[in-house]
Design a protein around this ligand. Structure first.
Ligand code: DMJ
Length: 572
């Protein structure tokens, strides 16, 4: 028998050295490089934002969006999610959609003067009493979300606004808009129509078809509106729709992509995590963070496990039939790139990292992310070769950097910024890419470029706005504060995630968003041990096993080695 001292000494050597040898990622911090680089990149992103914003204000405001090639405008609120141009009143001048979408970005970039000017202009000039048929989902995430978030920011004393001038006008506008949404929910199922006329309600012969995200991602904005106004109706209708939708899931806990709001029948049984469904998953989890309801967590947990089980193939996610779980379409769509960001919130960092790397690989291959890529044929979708300045990859990059402090993500951000400047910047703003193979441009600067793309890139390089604040971001990138007052009750197992708090020494210990129980998609998958710990600790070190969560591919609980690394250490 070996002497006990020898075994102990050997174990110590093993525990201290081995994790460093097998530490699989190159995530050592490069503090000086990172600080300088972040500063330079932050200024580059700020310039991008103002190039987009100033051109919008000069050539398009108060209309909805900028046409950067012709330096003109489009009143696109009525076109969103719809290919046919809607009939609009002749005297309609738009709803200043891009300005509403820019509000929180202005404040995050430190421009409280312009934020305040915009808030006051909107307060005095916007009306929703217009004969315009709008998409409920788009109007909710962009306009209602933008207004509610801006109202909260405008009334937050830390933002140094001249408060005398602001008298809750944005909240009044938001409530007016929320009321105009309500007729859409008046269906036999409680599932809302996809379209609503702001002045006249649901139109005669309106289509009864909607998408899963269209009726399942309203709860953050509508719930926040209820909390702010004290009127529970908005939250009630959104939750009722969500419950109905959830009741329509298959026995595999999968949902389809499109459905009928009157009959409650599925129209399209195939689904994935991209277009038509994406924000449904996002809102289940974020609603749990924002409102603390266990019900949202239970739905999300089952839905998340089903996604990992039936859609996931290594780092990729294909689509599957909700009834059988059989793969249908093997496609990568650019909207899917939000998923790693959601996984970071969940605490499933290893899975987030591996998918994110694949998305970035595709970005590098084409220069930007194409809308649809056929994985089985390894080619672009023939008619969806465009890149409309979408934010999802930047969003996930921001979350992964917050969680890991791995400077590799800063390099990803730099590459995204460089591509955007190289391929999409024109004299009149930023233009969408029509075809990623030719980089031919299209005359459209989408409002989410200012609400999300620029915001997430800016926050990647400078997150000072988030310090000592606790926000979640809506699917359109509008920040909402996580407030104890808004929580039904705080679940014991859960401490709301606050990325910025996590960086401060005060918070030496934090649980991840969920000390996860995420099981792997298939058996026999390669055991993977990431060096990323679930919380944002600058030195990547853990102190306790609880900080390490569960390995996403093996479902085994990870532990913290004596050297301070999370992993599947055999002898710990
Ligand atoms: C945004 O409007 C939102 O993020 C939405 O959820 C889907 N994606 C677009 C931008 O790509």
């Amino acid at each position: 028998m070996l002497p006990r001292e020898f075994i102990v000494a050997w174990m110590l050597v093993f525990l201290v050295i081995l994790p460093n040898i097998f530490n699989p990622c190159s995530c050592q911090l490069e503090p000086r490089w990172a600080a300088k680089k972040r500063h330079v990149m932050r200024e580059k992103v700020r310039k991008m934002f103002y190039h987009a914003y100033d051109n919008y204000m000069t050539h398009a405001f108060p209309h909805d969006e900028l046409k950067p090639l012709t330096k003109s405008f489009t009143d696109s609120l009525s076109e969103l999610g719809n290919l046919r141009l809607e009939h609009l009143p002749q005297d309609y001048n738009g709803s200043a959609l891009t300005l509403i979408e820019s509000l929180s970005s202005l404040l995050i970039m430190g421009n409280s003067t312009e934020f305040e000017r915009a808030v006051l202009w909107l307060s005095q000039n916007i009306t929703f009493n217009v004969d315009a048929r709008v998409n409920l989902f788009e109007c909710n995430i962009r306009v209602l979300g933008g207004l509610v978030s801006a109202h909260i920011l405008a009334t937050d004393s830390t933002n140094r606004l001249v408060h005398g001038a602001y008298k809750n006008q944005l909240l009044i506008l938001a409530e007016d808009l929320g009321k105009r949404f309500l007729p859409a929910f008046n269906t036999p199922t409680g599932l809302p129509y996809a379209w609503i006329n702001l002045k006249y309600g649901v139109m005669v012969n309106e289509t009864t078809e909607t998408s899963t995200s269209g009726c399942g991602s309203l709860i953050l904005e509508m719930g926040a509106l209820s909390q702010l106004t004290g009127d529970p109706t908005y939250e009630y209708v959104a939750i009722r729709a969500l419950r109905k939708l959830w009741s329509m899931r298959s026995s595999l806990n999968l949902l389809g992509t499109t459905l009928d709001v009157v009959t409650g029948d599925w129209i399209e049984y195939s689904a994935g995590i991209g277009a038509g469904v994406d924000s449904f998953y996002e809102y289940l989890f974020k609603a749990h963070i924002l409102f603390g309801k266990e019900e949202f967590w239970r739905m999300f947990h089952s839905a998340y496990l089903a996604v990992q089980k039936y859609f996931r193939h290594g780092p990729w996610y294909h689509e599957a039939d909700m009834r059988t779980g059989k793969a249908t379409y093997w496609q990568l769509t650019s909207l899917q790139a939000f998923w790693p960001g959601l996984q970071v919130l969940v605490g499933d960092i290893a899975a987030a990292n591996s998918s994110h790397r694949e998305f970035f690989h595709v970005w590098e291959k084409f220069g930007v992310l194409p809308e649809r890529y056929l994985l089985d044929h390894q080619m672009l979708h023939p008619t969806e070769k465009y890149y409309p300045l979408r934010p999802e990859l930047a969003e996930s990059t921001f979350y992964l950097y917050q969680a890991t402090k791995d400077s590799w993500y800063l390099k990803v951000g730099e590459s995204i910024v460089n591509s955007l400047n190289l391929y999409t910047k024109v004299e009149g703003g930023f233009a969408s890419v029509k075809d990623v193979t030719t980089m031919q441009l299209e005359d459209h600067q989408h409002s989410f470029f200012l609400a999300e793309t620029c915001k997430y890139l800016y926050l990647l390089f400078d997150d000072s706005f988030l310090v000592d604040r606790n926000y979640i971001f809506t699917t359109e990138g509008h920040p909402l504060p996580v407030l104890r007052d808004w929580h039904d009750r705080l679940p014991e197992s859960y401490i709301p995630t606050n990325w910025s708090f996590a960086q401060s020494e005060k918070q030496a210990r934090r649980a991840s968003a969920m000390s996860l129980q995420v099981c792997p998609a298939n058996d026999n998958q390669q055991v993977e041990s990431a060096c990323h710990i679930t919380d944002a600790r600058a030195d990547h070190r853990c102190f306790t096993d609880e900080e390490c969560g569960v390995d996403s591919t093996t479902c085994r609980r990870r532990s913290c080695s004596m050297a301070g690394y999370c992993g599947l250490w055999l002898l710990v």
